[in-house]
Design a protein around this ligand. Structure first.
Ligand code: PXP
Length: 241
């Protein structure tokens, strides 16, 4: 049975809009756990645009499931991972100007460098995942590096402009999952998955975990809105005019 891990970055995005204290991503993570999520994911970006260092340390102290820290392969992030000790790290590419992670990490040709980066992390008992495109060369390189997991990038599938392009991306992802499993890797999927486009994966086997953020937080904003408004209406209308 594949599991769901929830990415709470965009709860922090909303908080950082006002640089205030709400909404609290740690509360969101604990609510996601109570609702059945089997893991929580946060991406600590170099520019700290959403998740902050204290979110990661607080989550580490509070979570009962699994904390997966997404991060760039930089010395700063390696130091943080070794000090916070999440259950797993997921290495992603990072560009300052991007709205969100745009593609998979190029690992082919950088096997030694990435293995060297991960060695101290593995030595602390932290597992690793590499966020890669559905490309056989990247899957092979990930296996050669010795990571336990890969996360196959589903963003191109989610963003495909028509059915032909979507089918092609889907076939690439299915092929990459098959190869990764054959090479002994565990496979997660993520990026751009929502309540509709995820349905195509119903019969795809070999997937350990789905990593989903934006669509869940987006839905929560809308499904929670009626209660939030009616509560404020009852406060305001309880006042004397
Ligand atoms: N996996 C990785 C590696 C990501 O960078 C992201 C986005 O932060 C996700 C999964 C979740 O993507 P989404 O927010 O589109 O569900």
């Amino acid at each position: 049975m594949p599991l769901l891990a929830v990415n709470v970055d965009h709860v922090a995005t909303l908080r950082q809009q006002r640089l205030g204290i709400e909404p609290e991503p740690v509360t969101a993570a604990l609510m996601a756990e109570l609702a059945g999520a089997r893991g929580i994911i946060v991406h600590l970006r170099e520019d700290r645009r959403h998740i902050q260092d204290r979110d990661v340390t607080t989550l580490r102290a509070c979570l009962q499931t699994h904390l997966n820290l997404e991060m760039a392969a930089t010395p700063e992030m390696q130091k943080i991972a070794l000090s916070v000790r999440p259950n797993s790290v997921c290495l992603v590419p990072e560009k300052r100007q991007e709205l969100t992670t745009e593609g998979g990490l190029a690992v082919a040709g950088r096997e030694d460098e990435i293995r060297r980066f991960l060695k101290p992390i593995w030595a602390e008992g932290i597992t690793s995942s590499l966020f890669i495109d559905a490309d056989p060369a990247q899957v092979q390189a990930a296996a050669d590096i010795g990571t336990q997991f890969v996360e196959i990038h589903t963003g191109h599938y989610a963003d495909a402009g028509d059915n032909t392009a979507r089918d092609l991306e889907f076939a690439r992802i299915a092929g990459a999952i098959g190869l990764a499993r054959k090479l002994g890797l565990k496979v997660n999927l993520g990026h751009g998955l929502n309540y509709v486009n995820i349905l195509a994966f119903k019969d795809v086997t070999g997937i350990s975990e789905y990593s989903i953020g934006h669509s869940i937080i987006s839905r929560a904003v809308l499904t929670g809105l009626s209660e939030a408004v009616s509560r404020m209406v009852s406060i305001v209308e309880g006042f004397t005019e």
